[in-house]
Design a protein around this ligand. Structure first.
Ligand code: PBE
Length: 266
């Protein structure tokens, strides 16, 4: 077996993140699709997963994590996705902006910015990397906004300033969404909004926008990762389309792990 005893070495455990994350459901699906009866997915958090990854790499030990990109971890470590011939983790994903149904009428300026917000994986990773190096998310977002005036001015072109109106952005404390949410918050606050960023579990985030408790979110991974949550509330929010294209989820291992495919875990 190419993989040697990878299963034994990691105690048949995939190191996961928060239970509400779509990548967790996809990992459970993979266990079914590849008949990995002995395996389980251990829930934790985005931060605990990356620290377990850091520790394993420091000790050159095997580890399998639920991963995704954009993510800073690919810039810091030599990592690879396990191939997924069964497609348990879906194909390429886009990250969408969802807003509450009445936002356009109530807050046309914010709506316009949220509708225009669009960047690339490398942009998001710049912010993520800085936060990973210890900079506060608000400060990392401020730096990125100041260094990317051209892009930001495309999002705010023709948008009038406001006078301290409150707006609430819902997000989940995933490294990628900490980055995007703080950048959008910075841009809105520069326009005069008083911005609240509220972190919550993934299903609650969809519910909050659907029920109008939050005004917007920039964290809907589609078509696969958040399909269930999206369908649960379809019609109860407005989908402003992709703000980032070419995202991905899957099982991620250090390069030195002798498995290349999820099939090698069998
Ligand atoms: N993630 C990051 C999320 C979406 C953004 C891939 C961890 C998830 O799995 O739901």
């Amino acid at each position: 077996e190419a993989a040697g005893n990878i299963g034994e070495e990691v105690d048949y455990t995939i190191t996961g993140i928060d239970a509400g994350a779509g990548v967790m459901a996809a990992a459970e699906q993979a266990i079914e699709d590849y008949e990995l009866e002995d395996w389980s997915v251990q829930p934790s958090s985005s931060a605990a997963m990356t620290s377990a990854l850091d520790d394993a790499i420091a000790n050159e030990e095997p580890i399998i994590v639920t991963g995704w990109n954009p993510h800073w971890k690919f810039a810091v470590h030599d990592l690879k996705y396990l191939e997924d011939p069964e497609g348990s983790f879906g194909e390429s994903e886009d990250i969408h902006t969802l807003v509450r149904n009445d936002l356009e009428a109530d807050m046309p300026e914010a709506y316009q910015v949220l509708d225009n917000f669009n960047w690339e994986g490398e942009d998001m990773e710049e912010v993520m990397l800085e936060v990973n190096e210890g900079t506060e998310p608000e400060e990392a977002a401020r730096t990125w906004v100041d260094e990317n005036e051209d892009m930001v001015s495309e999002w705010t072109e023709g948008v009038e300033e406001v006078d301290g109106e409150q707006i609430t952005l819902a997000f989940v404390a995933w490294d990628s969404e900490i980055a995007s949410t703080n950048v959008v918050a910075t841009v809105l606050s520069d326009l005069g909004y008083e911005v609240k960023t509220n972190s919550m579990e993934a299903p609650i985030m969809f519910g909050a926008v659907a029920e109008g408790e939050a005004d917007a979110m920039v964290a809907a991974w589609l078509p696969g990762t958040h399909e269930q949550y999206y369908n649960d509330y379809e019609g109860e929010f407005e989908d402003l389309g992709a703000n980032l294209e070419g995202a991905k989820i899957g099982l991620v291992v250090p390069e030195y792990v002798e498995a290349d495919s999820i099939e090698d875990l069998q």
